[in-house]
Design a protein around this ligand. Structure first.
Ligand SMILES: [Zn+2]
Length: 251
């Protein structure tokens, strides 16, 4: 089980995993494979020692709040998630500089949200798919269809559209499905450009690709972090080590 521990005094964080107590194996260069040096490590004990006498609390990670500027598969990247102590919300920045470095966690007092920066039609993908599926269609007509999609895009408000269930490989790219009203507008405009079988082909194409394919609208987001002033720390007596507590009582 993983736990996220915060030192309230220093705002330091420890992500406690079952791997904390695994020894670290160090391969000495220019030596035989048997001479592996084992370094005993216990990150949790180190954290307790460094923050001895400070108040510690466990933070709850808010599910589905993970965001990153780079694709999920990228190992050395900055990502963020939200966590709370029940009273205050925090943004946690998680990063490592190199793949061999340990992950570092930094606490930010504030909130984060995804801000939509641009919405686009997948022009290149539409053209490729359209020409492959409708061999009789000229390149010029395919371009006209893409222009129509761009015109339609100007009329939609992404906030009213449904998010596609298709998983994007990039965390900041979200795909949206055109709704029935938008599709109706698109079809009406298509009637002016395509006739007969060509129109029927286009209509089929739209129905085939509207929900989970090239006709999805691609919205690119940026991560916006709003920092808030740190609330004043409560003044409470710190937990004294047992010896000093005894001394106090004797006075
Ligand atoms: Zn501390």
């Amino acid at each position: 089980m993983n736990h996220l521990i915060r030192c309230v005094k220093c705002d330091a964080l420890l992500f406690k995993t079952p791997f904390d107590q695994w020894p670290e194996y160090v391969f000495e260069p220019n030596s035989s494979p048997d001479s592996v040096r084992t370094i005993e490590r216990d990150d949790y004990q180190d954290f307790l020692r460094d923050h001895h006498g400070h108040r510690l609390e466990e933070l709850t990670i808010l599910e589905d709040s993970f965001v990153s500027e780079k694709p999920y598969v990228e190992p050395a990247k900055v990502s963020y998630f939200k966590a709370t102590n029940g009273k205050e919300n925090f943004v946690i920045k998680k990063h490592r500089k190199k793949i061999t470095d340990p992950l570092e966690y930094k606490l930010i007092h504030g909130d984060l949200r995804l801000k939509c920066l641009s919405v686009e039609v997948q022009s290149k993908e539409i053209k490729k798919q359209l020409l492959a599926e409708c061999p009789g269609l000229s390149e010029e007509k395919a371009e006209s269809f893409i222009r129509l999609c761009h015109d339609i895009l100007k009329m939609v408000d992404i906030k009213n559209l449904e998010r596609s269930k298709e998983e994007s490989s990039h965390p900041l790219e979200i795909y949206y499905q055109m709704d029935d009203v938008t599709i109706a507008h698109l079809l009406r405009r298509c009637r002016k450009i395509f006739q007969g079988k060509e129109y029927l082909d286009i209509e089929d194409f739209i129905n085939r690709h509207r929900d989970d394919s090239v006709l999805l609208l691609k919205a690119t987001h940026g991560i916006e972090i709003t920092q808030v002033a740190e609330p004043k720390k409560e003044i409470r007596p710190v937990a004294f080590p047992i010896e000093s507590r005894k001394l106090l009582r004797q006075r």
